[in-house]
Write a protein of this length. Structure first.
Length: 139
């Protein structure tokens, strides 16, 4: 399911002609994310390595023989919140085993983000993915 949602983002990106439109699209995705409760905006959930404030939380749901992971995220920067929405699309509602096999950086390359993000945002994006991968590996 998650990769289908991500493919929809890829298709939308390909449809948009320029990066101003793509940035607006990223911001719109971020606006759709629910704001985390302030109690969840703590040091445990904070992503280290982001210039902006970023928090990630997760739930693991037992689904018979497999476990499903679901993430939530938030940021104090609108563009970063949109990047969180994109990354979470790759992982949300995936089984733990499937999530362990996701190469998020390779998937994100389909959007061409690396060429259009500042180095700080690129580093923050990698930090988010590293934290997600660490969480998935512990589950």
């Amino acid at each position: 399911m998650a990769l289908n949602d991500f493919q929809e983002i890829v298709n939308d990106f390909n449809f948009l002609d320029d990066w101003d439109d793509r940035y607006r699209y990223i911001i719109d995705l971020g606006k759709k994310l629910k704001t985390l409760d302030n109690i969840l905006k703590n040091d445990t959930n904070k992503v280290i390595g982001c210039a902006s404030q970023v928090w990630l939380t997760y739930d693991v749901i037992n689904n018979g023989a497999s476990k499903i992971i679901s993430f939530k995220g938030d940021s104090d920067a609108v563009i970063v919140k949109g990047l969180i929405a994109i990354v979470l699309t790759l992982y949300n509602e995936e089984t733990i085993n499937n999530a362990k096999n996701i190469n998020a950086l390779a998937e994100l390359d389909k959007l061409g983000l690396q060429e259009h993000l500042s180095s700080q945002r690129s580093n923050g994006l990698r930090a988010m993915i590293e934290k997600i991968n660490m969480i998935v590996s512990r589950c």
